[in-house]
Design a protein around this ligand. Structure first.
Ligand code: TTP
Ligand code: MG
Length: 359
């Protein structure tokens, strides 16, 4: 029997929670993220609701840019966006409640991020029955939590994930067994997980833009270009994926980031920020019931917005703030010298997070 896998992703999650809880926000464009400080703010957008996206505002955009777009809209007589800081404790509570609802509809659920989950519906026996389950689930989330979600149904996780994004917001997209390759063919290559901006640029240079362009290649041709990654991509463009639903992951990472008021070269300022964030993360780990982490990840964004991420995997299982700090510091050091920062650029933002969490 073919598998029937679903992927659910909440629509404009943080912003939708705010809109739900604050009646004065109903129907308005909303941006959750850093303080825009009248256009001078230095942080980024966490998310924007769909009204605000009509102005071109989106996740990870500098908040100052979002402010400009909102001001442009205001000048055209449209309502300006409402900017608000996020209430992350609340979002994570809502997230847990949503996961509990999904668990009532499926015996096997994998939380993949704060607002998305894969779940198994194979036991329903047909895509028609699985579709009805998804419609009921969407209704239940709407009634109990006042939020809308988009769901993709497919023969594996890869297809379910891509499908859930096809008809956002409030979508339900079904790709039956045997339809996967046809479904993927017209999509742009960036829709394939694992094809990032660099790989996409490489493909574009070869004249390949859509999934169908890669579907024509042999596995060896892709492997000659990209090695193991080429092999992975070969299977993906044909809609093949045998990764399993991994239960038990309540969250894949816990982390924080800080944007400095001015770009920084002084190591002490960076280490101080790292220390405070490490302490916060250790507290969150405990609060969320995690025993250990096995990896520490540092993100550095330079003044020119170049952004680098480096990870250290730890052999022993650790949970202390001190360990996050010491591993984070080793990673951070390389950004202060030629190894990761040959041009001695100043640093705009650092982020630290822990991954490979166990309960
Ligand atoms: P997403 O599911 O990527 O985005 P979304 O739910 O806001 O919108 P969509 O309808 O397109 O799914 O991310 C979930 C939440 O994670 C999002 O509400 C805010 C947070 N987030 C960030 O803080 N920074 C980011 O860069 C992204 C992409 C998300
Ligand atoms: Mg979402």
């Amino acid at each position: 029997m073919p598998k029937i896998i679903a992927h659910l992703d909440l629509d404009a999650f943080f912003a939708s929670v705010e809109e739900r809880d604050k009646p004065r926000l109903a129907g308005k464009p909303i941006v959750v993220g850093a303080d825009p400080e009248g256009g001078k703010g230095r942080g980024v957008v966490s998310t924007a609701n769909y009204k605000a996206r009509e102005y071109g505002i989106h996740s990870a955009m500098p908040i100052s840019h979002a402010w400009q777009l909102s001001e442009n809209a205001r000048r055209q007589g449209k309502p300006p966006a409402i900017f608000m800081s996020g209430n992350y404790a609340k979002y994570s509570q809502v997230s847990q409640k949503i996961m509990d609802i999904i668990r009532k509809f499926s015996p096997q659920v994998e939380q993949a991020s704060v607002d998305e989950a894969y779940f198994n519906l194979t036991q329903e026996g047909s895509f028609e029955k699985a579709k009805t389950i998804c419609q009921n689930l969407k209704k239940d989330i709407q009634v109990k939590q006042g939020l809308s979600a988009s769901i993709g149904l497919g023969p594996n996780k890869l297809i379910a994930k891509i499908a859930s994004d096809m008809q956002k917001p409030n979508g339900l997209t079904i790709v039956k067994d045997g339809e996967a390759a046809t479904f993927l063919a017209p999509l742009s290559l960036r829709k394939i997980p694992g094809v990032g901006p660099k790989t996409e640029a490489l493909f574009n240079k070869m004249g390949w833009k859509y999934v169908r362009d890669l579907q024509k290649l042999k596995k060896d041709e892709l492997m000659d270009i990209l090695g193991k990654l080429g092999e992975d991509i070969y299977y993906k463009v044909h809609g093949l994926d045998d990764s399993l639903i991994v239960e038990d992951y309540e969250a894949k990472s816990i982390g924080e980031q800080e944007t400095f008021r001015q770009d920084v070269r002084n190591p002490q300022i960076l280490f101080d920020a790292l220390k405070v964030m490490s302490q916060h993360i250790a507290v969150s780990l405990k609060k969320d019931g995690f025993k250990n982490f096995r990896a520490v990840v540092i993100t550095v964004r330079f003044g020119d917005f170049e952004t680098k991420t480096r990870m250290r995997t730890i052999k022993s299982s650790e949970s202390s703030a001190g360990k996050i700090y010491s591993e984070g510091m080793k990673l951070l050091m390389s950004f202060l010298d030629k190894r990761e920062n040959p041009k001695n650029k100043a640093i705009r933002l650092i982020g630290v997070r822990v991954e490979k969490l166990t309960k």
